[in-house]
Design a protein around this ligand. Sequence first.
Ligand SMILES: [Zn+2]
Length: 452
Amino acid sequence: MAPFAGLVEELVRASLTDGQAYEKLALLCRVAPHRLSGSQGADRAVEWARETMIRDGLENVRLEPVLVPCWERGDTAQLEILEPPMPSGEGELRILALGGSVGTPGEGIVAGVVEVTSFEELANLGGAARGKLVLFNRPMDPALVNTFAAYGGSVGQRGQGAIEAARVGAVGALVRSMTTLRDDSPHTGAMHYEEGVDKVPSVAVSTLGAEKLSGLLRDHPGRVRMRLRLDCRTLPDRPSANVVGEIRGREKPEEIVLIGGHLDAWDVGEGAHDDGSGCCQVLEAARLLLASGLRPRRTLRVVLFLNEENGLRGAQAYYETHLEELPLHVMALESDRGGFTPRGFTTDGNPRAAAMLAAASSLLSSIGCSDMLPGSGGADVSPLRRKGVVTVGLYPDCQRYFDVHHSENDILAAVNERELELGAVAIAALAYVVADLPERLPPNEVTDGESR
Ligand SMILES: [Zn+2]
């Protein structure tokens, strides 16, 4: 790795003095702040990304078609406390419909509430949840330093809450927001229904709202009644696209090192961290290399995926479109954990590949980004794992990500310019080294031998 050390230092200097990731992000947040799949904002983001790639000098810039779901939040999301009587101004809890939820009848749903912290607890309630709204109130575990692990431990109630609620005859799901913060801002996210199970509405309640409601249930057992009104809806699928551009390899152009993020974002806030940051970092990584006159041995391919948040259709479309050349994908790196100070990477690479990656990331010790930890790349590159592609994820500091994640607070002002640029140059350096090493990273085992 020694031959790359000077080059990495130069890239870092170029990034800190003349980086353009933040400038790109500012533009994206202005052009397309709301870019949920199927929206006009998403269309504008796709066009912005295509133009940015062309302007930065990427090659083979193209749109690859993806059919995406189209869910609209609507204008009404109201959760009122009807009983017990509340002081004026305190009778409503702030909510956001979860993505994919059905709406309610115009007059709303009026029902009592039961509280649980797990699906087991819900099942044990027997008939007590029938006809009620279920408050799923399991916090993210604050004892875990890795907030992604804490998220993973609680997010099931958001994804599956409506299904489990309907199974016991409940009429709706109220889900505590997935955040480590105690505040009054609800955090949305994807939820699912299951064939054959009633579709009941599902909403996120802020953490303070969930605790307030929990207190009411404790102080007024059996007496709490609420009205939920939602007018969100699902429309037919719409055409969209992944945005792809390349720096063609100088010796082995058929071998691919992919770097990517997802262009879609939830419709609240600006998707600045999730995942505007990741998109702008991988775009900027390519620009930095081009500006430094660096053309690696293998092809560096930038992919901005659509529909990570509520369907992963872009990831699946990429997998299907590029099935033939997946054996030539040397690495797929994703940035989708926020634009915070980079600490290192996670990888699912086999021992030999992981050792090579660790040697490459050690070149980033001067910016504190040398960790190469076991883990996965991320949701958009996950389908590629079935074909043995080694995946890598940028791993930034994670203490603040869930303050803003999927909420109206995920805006440009929450992103620090220097932290963002450091992530971009970390990706540039690692991707360049992997794309330029004489020896290719050895692939993982293929777990799916089928053609699909
Ligand atoms: Zn994301």
